[in-house]
Design a protein. Structure first.
Length: 134
């Protein structure tokens, strides 16, 4: 039975780090509590202590956790968005200046302008969506 449980715990590695941790902890519990044969009353008492410990750990994790997860990533994305807006305004100003130049040296201003307008519409649609706080 111990070999089968160890094999199943090893397979949990495929499911990710959280499942791996559950598998390792289950194996440790099986090794520690499986050594001593006890009646159902003692097993129920051990289960109650394990449950109480898990609830205490969950409560502490909820109290101590970071209030703003992914704050660093949000700040980096905000800086990137600001830099993109600055670059977009520079390109827009250059295109506006190019409209007044002679046609022989002017680039395809209409094509650039329509691409820029499409980018603005996409950015406006993205900025109107609510951000996830997770």
């Amino acid at each position: 039975m111990l070999a089968g449980a160890g094999f199943l715990a090893g397979l949990l590695v495929v499911a990710g780090p959280g499942a791996t941790q559950v598998g390792v902890n289950a194996m440790i519990a099986l090794l520690v509590f499986g050594r001593n044969a006890a009646g159902p009353e003692i097993a129920a008492l051990h289960a109650a202590w394990v449950m109480a410990g898990g609830l205490v750990q969950t409560g502490l994790a909820l109290l101590i956790r970071s209030p703003r997860p992914l704050q660093t990533q949000r700040e980096a994305l905000a800086r990137l968005a600001a830099a993109t807006r600055r670059a977009q305004s520079t390109v827009t100003a250059s295109l506006e200046r190019a409209r007044g130049e002679p046609a022989r040296i002017r680039p395809d201003v209409a094509g650039y302008t329509s691409a820029l307008a499409a980018g603005r519409r996409t950015g406006a649609a993205r900025s109107s969506r609510p951000c996830s706080t997770r």
